[in-house]
Write a new protein. Structure first.
Length: 444
């Protein structure tokens, strides 16, 4: 406890770090406030009554979890940051198949700026499309024959206004996320999703308490569930922190009177180089079918298709797991290029013992990276679809979504990344961090 106290004291000794933390907290407070501001024209009392009868045990409930309840509140931030994630996926996929985007990725800082600009444009388009779907859904919700959007308000003017408001809310959140990344601490987009999930924690706990009070759940079962979740957290930490080190020998070079090289260094290859991004990417894609289906609430065929994409459906679990595995490899390929590593080693006179420099070194690193990424991606997929299986034990949907699967992975991953950034600021100024003496080390 004293170590944690000393570390917190050291954090507030550093002016820049203190300012970054306060700035991040201020932006996240704005995010939470916007999640409770109901869209104009919606009867908040009727909406609240309607949401009591709506099950959180579906994909819309999961979406609502990611946006911190803003979706069920019909708030101005109802779409959350997910349209930006979807736009990022589209741009990155285009970078793998379209020459123009491949060229942009190779142009360095200038290309990165153009890609960021295009991502913002796509975000606006996707947000407008999803906002339209939200208006269709709101217009079809009634409570005892009373629509939550009153008759005097309903009309094309309200639809256009709501689309503009919801789209602007997403764009504003995207801007706030970028500001956190630039001026705050941690990855802004991930933290916005993180704070939305954490905000649902009291409601999840209340649901479990209510089940215990009603005699539907025993204390023993509750303890078993929590113990199981702690084991999952431990597994997530091991996957996100685990590495495979490759030895690299640097030959001796004599320049004047100085001797360079002659030492062995290591290339750390992470079991999960992609972090939580495959989960976020896959989840944002899984929201698309239900968004499209919400335009046709009266179609029986499309409602059947919607059932296939219920988060407890085997079809949903299979597609979701395969997408997570795909995005794990996809994001790893973007974040870590074996060819560049091999070229840099060759330029610096380094080589892997027993492997020739150049292409053979690149192939060797790529082979190892492929092998260690596979179990990591499978583990991520299993944890992500876990809520669909624990629901058969009578665990409430909201509790299962919060303590298992996607939410758990995002919370642990974002928390570790943020702590690592704080750790880096402390180490630069010769202070001990949170993770120096523990088994979980900062990602230096």
């Amino acid at each position: 406890m004293s170590r944690i106290t000393d570390t917190l004291r050291n954090i507030f000794k550093i002016h820049e770090l203190r300012q970054r933390i306060f700035y991040t907290l201020a932006v996240l407070i704005i995010v939470r406030l916007g999640s409770h501001l109901t869209t104009p024209g919606v009867d908040s009392a009727l909406l609240s009554e309607a949401m009591k009868n709506q099950s959180s045990d579906n994909l819309f409930g999961l979406y609502d979890l990611f946006v911190g309840g803003a979706f069920s509140n019909a708030a101005i931030f109802a779409l959350g940051i997910m349209p930006y994630i979807s736009a990022s996926i589209i741009i990155q996929l285009m970078g793998a198949v379209i020459p123009y985007f491949q060229k942009l990725q190779q142009e360095g800082e200038e290309g990165r700026k153009k890609i960021t600009q295009l991502t913002r444009y796509f975000t606006v388009i996707i947000s407008a499309f999803q906002a339209w779907a939200v208006t269709v859904r709101l217009l079809n919700i009634e409570v005892q024959g009373l629509p939550i959007v009153p008759d005097p308000v309903r009309g094309i003017a309200w639809i256009i206004t709501t689309i503009i408001i919801l789209t602007s809310g997403t764009v504003f959140m995207m801007w706030m996320g970028e500001q956190i990344t630039e001026k705050g601490i941690g990855n802004g987009i991930s933290l916005i999703i993180f704070i939305g999930i954490i905000a649902r924690f009291p409601f999840s706990m209340f649901d479990e308490y209510r089940l215990i009070q009603a005699g539907q759940r025993s204390i023993i079962i509750e303890i078993v569930i929590f113990a199981f979740m702690f084991f999952i957290i431990a597994g997530v930490v091991l996957v996100t922190q685990g590495t495979r080190r490759i030895p690299v020998q640097y030959a001796k070079r004599v320049v004047g009177r100085k001797i360079y090289g002659g030492v062995t260094q290591y290339i750390p290859l992470r079991v999960n180089t992609a972090g939580v991004m495959p989960i976020i990417f896959a989840q944002s894609i899984m929201f698309i079918p239900n968004t499209v289906l919400s335009f046709f609430p009266a179609s029986e065929f499309l409602q059947t298709v919607s059932g296939w994409f219920h988060y407890t459906s085997p079809v949903y679990s299979a597609v979701y797991a395969l997408m997570i595995i795909f995005f794990t490899y996809f994001y790893t390929a973007i974040a870590f290029n074996p060819k560049d590593v091999a070229d840099n080693m060759k330029k610096q006179g380094g080589f892997i013992p027993g492997i020739r420099p150049g292409k053979q070194t690149s192939d060797f690193i790529d082979n190892i990276l492929t092998k260690i990424t596979l179990p990591g991606s499978i583990f991520l997929a299993i944890i992500a679809i876990l809520p669909a299986f624990v629901s058969v034990w009578g665990v409430s949907g909201q509790f299962a979504q919060f303590f298992g699967g996607t939410s758990l992975l995002i919370c642990v991953g974002v928390a570790l990344d943020t702590l690592q950034q704080i750790e880096s600021h402390l180490l630069m100024r010769h202070y001990d961090g949170f993770m120096k003496s523990g088994k979980v080390k900062g990602r230096r």
